[in-house]
Every structure is written in C-alpha cells, then in structure tokens.
Design a protein around this ligand. Structure first.
Ligand SMILES: Cc1cc2nc3c(=O)[nH]c(=O)nc-3n(C[C@H](O)[C@H](O)[C@H](O)COP(=O)(O)OP(=O)(O)OC[C@H]3O[C@@H](n4cnc5c(N)ncnc54)[C@H](O)[C@@H]3O)c2cc1C
Length: 389
C-alpha cells in the first residue's frame, strides 16, 4: 500500500490551493452581492482557472479539459471546497455524463463549455419528485421531428448562468426516463421563481417551467430510456466531489478555529488550554482525517475499475460521512469563535450556513443511508473490503 502523494499530485494540490486562495479574495464581495459577481470578474476568474489547470477537470485533454483522474479531481475539489459562497462553481466542472454525448452534441455543447463559452445545468428534481426521482411528471411527447416537453423542474443549480439544461423527462407512451438537451432560449422554457436559499451563492438554483417545448430528435443524450442510469452516474461523481469539498471546508474551519483558540485569551490563558475546547479541536481533527482518507480511497478505487454498483454505494458512504462530519466540524469551530463565530464578517459563519445543503442536495443523508443499506442487504459486507491489486 502506498498512501503518499506523488510529486505531480502534490504540485496539483498546490496549484489548486493557489487558485482557491485567489477565489477567497472575492468572498466578501460575493457575500455582499448575495448572487452573481460582475461578468468581467467571472471571466477573469475563469481564465485564471484555465491557466491553473483546474477548469473542466473531469473532461479529457483532447477535448479541452484538464483530463484529471477521479483521485486528482478529489485533490482539486478538496482545495476548492475551502472557498465560501460556492465560488468553486466558477472553475466549471461540466456534468460528467456529457462525456457520453454524440460527436455532434459534443461539438455543440461540451467543447464550448471547455472554452468557457457555454454552461450546463442538470434538471431532475420536481415539486412532487425529490428523493423519489421515479415520480417525475415531466413528459416528452413524440411529435414530427422530435418531442414536445411539458413539466416543471426545481432547484436547478446554476440554472441562472447556464445556457442549456439536461432535463430528465419521461418519453410517452411508455414513460421511458430520458435526458434531453434543452437550450434555455427555446420557446416555452421559463424561469418561474428563483428561491432565496440559506447560502449566498454566486450562482442561483431557479425553478423552470416547460410548456410545449419542442426539442429535435438529436436532443437526446445517450438513448431513450437511459435517463435514470445517466443520472445515477452523475450522482456518483457529484457525491464524491461533495465529500471532497466538505473535507476541504472542514479543514479550513478547523485551521481558523485552531489559530483563534491559541491566540484568544480568557481567564488569563489561551482558550486552547481549556480541555473542553481541546476536545472540540480533537473531534474536528478526527472527522477530517478519516473522511479525507476514505474519500481518497473511493476515488482511487474508481480509477482502478471498481464496479459501478459498488462505487455507487461507496460514493454514498463518502458523501454521507463527509457532509455530516463537516456539519459537526463547522458547528464546533463556530462555537470556538464564540460571539465572533456568529458575526457575518467571519468566514466560519458562512461555512456554517453553507455546509447545511451538503446533507440535502445530490440525495439527502437519508437517501444515502438507503443506498448503503440496500447494497448491504443485497450483497453483504464484501463491498466494504479494500480492493486487491
Ligand atoms: C440548493 C439546492 C440545489 C439543488 N440543486 C439541484 C440541481 O441542480 N438539480 C436537481 O435536479 N436538483 C437539485 N436540488 C434538489 C435536491 O436534490 C433535492 O432537494 C433533494 O434530493 C431532496 O428532495 P426534496 O427537497 O424534494 O425533499 P423530499 O424528497 O421531499 O424529502 C423530505 C424529507 O424526507 C426524507 N425522505 C424522503 N424519502 C425518504 C425515504 N424513503 N426514507 C427516509 N427518508 C426519506 C428526506 O431525506 C428529507 O429529509 C437542489 C436542492 C437544493 C436545496
């Protein structure tokens, strides 16, 4: 077994950390804006991400991506996760399933993303279909030349900045779950509401209505009936990246809280000398250390060909464990800052609000537990084993 970073991985981590440092200088501005940054700032940060090799990290080099393995992506996302206000969305990471697009679709949708010209968003959730993704009601009715889409999609992350969506819809008459490319400027596509969420993110999560939206035959990603499988592939990667980012945010919170604890004095001594504060610091360190190791392990296994079902369950373990741990870590770190932790000018206050959604999006903690339990019941404990090289 070799747990050491290679010199290349270490260099990648340093590069990602330097870029994350640049993003951090925009946190206060993003918090004040409570929404998107000016277009020229986003453009500048996009160019910087490309130069740093942290843009389009999940796509091959020959298409214009950074061509990183999943383990390398985890290394990058852990650094980016330290940044608040979802500024980590600026170094765009297209939906992994776009790699399965047909060559013409790739030319039209994916390659422009990797040049920073187009942006995608993934739309599966509906008012009546959240955890129960099988309950979606958006339909695609066959018509001459293609389909007509009707339905509603909620909480579409980056739906405000995206110029096209991947929409999960049921193809009639057999309700075959299918992913469609839908350009946002297609007649019948409307943003009905942009909810204000707990975090102040640079990108929004609007709700969309689709009314008789015509899409041509070549707007299907993969094949008719593959929608669920593709969405599952998207979830697996995203869950692993959430695990990586929540390890990152927890580490930044602990670093700030540790520095505060050794410098802040009460009762004539640094608060770090009080055992109750030390216990909080120690528990944070444990939460971070074990979740970093496991997230790295699962990404490594994915790169070494672990089967899809096992990976799906392991990504759920990583997401569940790391996101819940980050919630505990940030809560303790806020406590160590005392009243200052509750002050909006301290990053730990933002982190406290921001990590909450990591237990909800890309499947709630309860849904992750269901996935893990299902795997356990069906196949036993073997999926927990370490792989054999
Ligand atoms: C900020 C934000 C961004 C998002 N971005 C996107 C996006 O880009 N694209 C997209 O498609 N969706 C997105 N979502 C939607 C997100 O994935 C859903 O909110 C999530 O899957 C939960 O669905 P729900 O909100 O309908 O809650 P529900 O499914 O109604 O769940 C409510 C509660 O019931 C629990 N529950 C449900 N079923 C079970 C069960 N079988 N067993 C035990 N407990 C259960 C849940 O865990 C939860 O606690 C986003 C959500 C948010 C908040």
């Amino acid at each position: 077994m070799d747990f050491a970073y290679t010199p290349e991985q270490l260099e990648l981590k340093a590069r990602a950390a330097a870029y994350a440092g640049l993003l951090m200088t925009y946190e206060d501005e993003a918090e004040r804006a409570g929404g998107p940054l000016p277009a020229e700032t986003v453009h500048k940060l996009t160019r910087a991400a490309m130069e740093a090799g942290v843009y389009g990290i999940n796509m091959p080099k020959e298409w214009g991506g950074a061509g990183l393995t999943l383990l390398e992506q985890v290394i990058v996302e852990e650094e980016l996760g330290k940044v608040t206000n979802c500024l980590w969305d600026i170094p765009w990471r297209p939906s992994n399933v776009l790699a399965k697009a047909a060559p013409e679709q790739r030319e039209r949708y994916l390659l422009p993303i990797l040049r920073g010209e187009r942006f995608d968003a993934f739309a599966t959730t509906e008012p009546e279909a959240g955890s129960d993704a099988g309950a979606i009601r958006t339909t695609a009715t066959p018509v001459e030349g293609g389909w007509r889409l009707n339905g509603e999609k909620w909480f579409v992350t980056c739906g405000d900045v995206a110029d096209f969506l991947l929409v999960q819809a049921n193809v009639l008459p057999d309700n075959e779950s299918t992913l469609f490319f839908v350009d946002k400027d297609t007649p019948g596509v409307q943003i009905s509401r942009t909810p204000q969420f707990m975090h102040s993110a640079v990108n929004g999560h609007p709700e969309f209505v689709f009314e008789d939206v015509f899409v041509p035959h070549d707007a299907v990603l993969g094949e008719v009936g593959q929608g669920f499988e593709l969405t599952k592939d998207w979830f697996t990667d995203e869950r692993l990246m959430i695990a990586a980012r929540t390890v990152g945010v927890a580490e930044r919170a602990l670093s700030l809280a540790r520095d505060w604890a050794v410098s802040r004095e009460q009762f004539g001594t640094p608060i770090a000398s009080f055992q109750m504060v030390q216990a909080m610091l120690a528990d944070c360190a444990v939460d971070i250390a074990v979740n970093r190791s496991y997230t790295h392990q699962v990404a490594w296994e994915a790169d070494h060909g672990v089967d899809r079902k096992t990976l799906h369950a392991k990504a759920s373990i990583a997401k569940l464990s790391a996101s819940e741990a980050a919630g505990r870590v940030v809560d303790r770190c806020l406590q160590i800052f005392g009243g200052r932790g509750y002050d909006r000018s301290y990053p730990v206050e933002r982190m406290y609000r921001e990590v909450r959604v990591d237990r909800i999006w890309e499947g709630t903690s309860e849904i992750q537990r269901m996935i893990i339990a299902n795997e356990l019941v069906k196949r036993g404990t073997a999926f927990l084993d370490l792989p054999v090289s």
